[in-house]
Write a protein that binds this ligand. Sequence first.
Ligand code: SF4
Ligand code: SF4
Length: 469
Amino acid sequence: MNDKIPVKDVTPEIIEYDLYEKRKKIYTRAISGFFQKIRVRTLWVLMLGYFLTPWMSWHDRQGVLFDLPTRQFHIFGITFFPQDFFLLAWILIICAFGLFFVTTLFGRVWCGYTCPQTVWTMVYMWIEEKTEGSRNQRIKLDNSELTWTKFRKKFAKHALWIAFAWLTGVTFVGYFTPVRDLVVDIFTLSAHPWAYFWIAFFTGATYLFAGWMREQVCTYMCPYARFQAVMFDPDTLVISYDYNRGEKRGARKRNVDPKSQGLGDCIDCSLCVHVCPAGIDIRDGLQYQCIGCALCVDACDSIMDKMGYEKGLISYTTEQRLEGKRSHILRPKALGYALAMLIVIGAFFTFAGDREALGLDVIRDRNRLYNETPSGMIENIYTVKVINMDQAMHTFELSVSGLKNMTMIGRKTVNVRAGEVRSIPFSIQVPPTSMIQQNNTIYFKVRSIDQNYVLEKITESRFIGPISK
Ligand code: SF4
Ligand code: SF4
């Protein structure tokens, strides 16, 4: 007789889950179509703009140069000095409201067509396609053993990626330091160490973001991708799959009426998934990873064409239209952003109109309070800085007032180019009998003498010396 009581092992089984899902590599398939053509044209405009702008000259100077050491930003003839930086802040605010306005109306067009991450990733995908082949060839290559052919293809891809990233880095630094000198300095190994550092930094960032991380930047890193959802409303354009028309999805022969088989218009070919750079299936509904590139629209339209169905199973639409309601372009949120943008534009022009075209700084030499010259005059030393913030070169005349019989020793006229700061050393001599008190207020004046319109600026300074007894 078995006197043992049967027991059941109830020790809980320990199952370990990884909290971080490993990234699944996305193999996108190239597609052409109406929206892809727009994207490619946009890409050309942006790329040419980015790479050529620093090479353009404007009045003997680099057209766009953010000269940090002198704290002057030159943008096609307009020079922004530190005192003008609030104008740049206004421009950024205008751009922000402009972006909000466009996003409210058209959804993620910025992300899908113009964001640098999207544009550079497109170039990197194109290089990948040219070096490693089509989507299927790339999948096969990645799953194959390392051979000479595989090594050669991978090497070519990464070498081109790094070369393009390097060009991106050099160009970026070329916006902050004269690009022609920079390129010569790089090849003669005489560039500033910081230039090498920033070129290396932007080369690495471009290679990493556009080559390796791609959609992960949009999904996990981009703050704009996260907060733009608040700008969406039911009338915002989104890319959407027409569920009612597409379902039930399934394969069928070309000339068969899908309804007779109980099918919708989606033939379940997965082309819309294969072209998606975010690696999502738009048929599962609107997803935050979707960057609105419309490649799935082009893909599905090409299938609809082949099947002889009406295009637009996946299309730009709005939530309202999907529910069979009317969409509105003019609505409170969009009008609010437009109004805010117009107000900021108005403020910008008001402040820009008040912007002074001439600056004058007077720095008194503090090493000595005053000198007594052999001829018995009291002398103070100054450095006068004339800042020409106008769009043209001017000849300026300098003068001083405030005490009787003042003599200026130094250049009284000076040419200053647009956007230039000229420092002029000066001494001022006064006979002791002119001294009113030990510390006197004097006025420096600078005035343009070469144009129909007059630029003038007066600045106060001090003249120090003994009082005559
Ligand atoms: S779902 Fe369509 S629009 Fe969205 S990212 Fe993918 S391909 Fe682009
Ligand atoms: S491309 Fe169009 S037909 Fe093909 S799976 Fe996607 S939605 Fe269906």
